[in-house]
Design a protein around this ligand. Sequence first.
Ligand code: AMP
Ligand code: MG
Length: 488
Amino acid sequence: MIQLESLTFDNSYSQLPDHFFQRINPTPLANPFLIGFNPDVAGVLGLDPCKVDPKALAHYFGGAGQLPGAEPLAMKYTGHQFGVYNPDLGDGRGVLLGEVVNSQGERWDLHLKGAGKTAFSRFGDGRAVLRSSIREYLVSEAMHGLGIPTTRALSLVGSEEMVMRDGMMEPCAALLRVSQCHIRFGHFEYFYYSRQHESLKQLADYCVARYFPQYEREEQPYLAMFEEVVNRSANLVAHWQGYGFVHAVLNTDNMSLIGESFDYGPYSFLDRYKPNLISNHNDHQGRYAFSQQPAIIHWNLSCLAQALLPLIEKESLIKVLDQYPEIYTGAELMVFRKRLGLQIQREEDSLLISTLLSLFTQQEVDMNRFFRALASFDGSESSISGLAELLLYPEQLKPWIDQYAERLTYEVASAPIRRAQMLAVNPAYILRNYMAEEAIRDATDGDFSTVHDLLMLLRKPMELRPDFARYTEEPPEWAGGICLTCSS
Ligand code: AMP
Ligand code: MG
């Protein structure tokens, strides 16, 4: 276990040619102070959480100093935003500080989000506001707690610096994002659309070597990589659909090459199941509505395929892309089978699940509360009424619950084992927008205890904690009126 200054940097991205990025140091935040420090992520990096000095964290990850070995840079990428290609993107408010290699040889990117202006800031101020930084910190831990691939954060640093958002002055913050990958689909699109095909190949070689070394010896390593990206992305969105998560800004520059949930903005977890829910006030067409996500990920993968055309035969790319619907359907089935406590696979499972989703839609059911309650289903009247009360019309539950009870008779595992398995995948706590709003409201008043409480709950969302029972209940009335935008 080591201290902050002893982290071992070995920066591979900065070895790539100069036009892949701009070398730039973060702009220090005014009067930085530590709000959050993630002992789990510290452990991943090999840091001793007890030995890390909060002042040092605020200093380095508030942008004021550079850790020995860091080589900060802003990456160039482009991407399709709301279906339209934008050639002017890149790290406009984030800086890759460098790559840390831990004692197991794992390579982790440290990316400071909110680090000030870069060559790619366009009209922006290069900052992230406290509100959006808290939301990203909370949801990345929540995703991790649910077992869904995600970037995480080592620290959240606050500041007295203020910037304008949506007509109001707001405090800035900086989040130290930690992930093995900051390569987006948009990195490939940049080199493709600017016709730099040699650089495109260099990027692909870099990605195969770093992220998919198992394919280096394949006959077609780029195709194998693409196939893996399709698989991972389909699996990721299947989990989002399975847990009611709306990303809300699925532009290709927000798509991670390794299939992690990435670049959080005005996301939501569904309170009530509404397939058409749009979680971004500015998304007038509903392009990124909840139900659209599987199709949008397919579309985003086709953008990546397009960008890979100089490296891979078109027919091969299309063949892989065409596998997506089947991979997605299989992955979705797996997620729901687990949530339902079904260990064996039977043909009627698809129908059981689609009937349940129709019921959720018609009855505006809170799916996460439903699955948690379903773990207690044992055929008794009380277990059925605990579920039925989550429906607008409780009597409508019967046909489905009968179907489910019948299906359970084919399972081999005993009821207590099934219950334990279901409690391990069906969270008691889900990050609802009202909870994030409460944490932000308290933080704005200088009280960060709600942020910390939520982090503690969401890291282990399956563990019941009696002090926080209210978070397992129906969200308050005002939760429905929360308005989120790209600055969220
Ligand atoms: P996002 O909406 O966070 O996915 O960002 C889309 C693009 O806008 C990226 O190129 C960002 O770097 C850039 N961007 C977002 N916010 C800012 C900001 N405050 N200052 C400069 N660039 C920004
Ligand atoms: Mg982004």
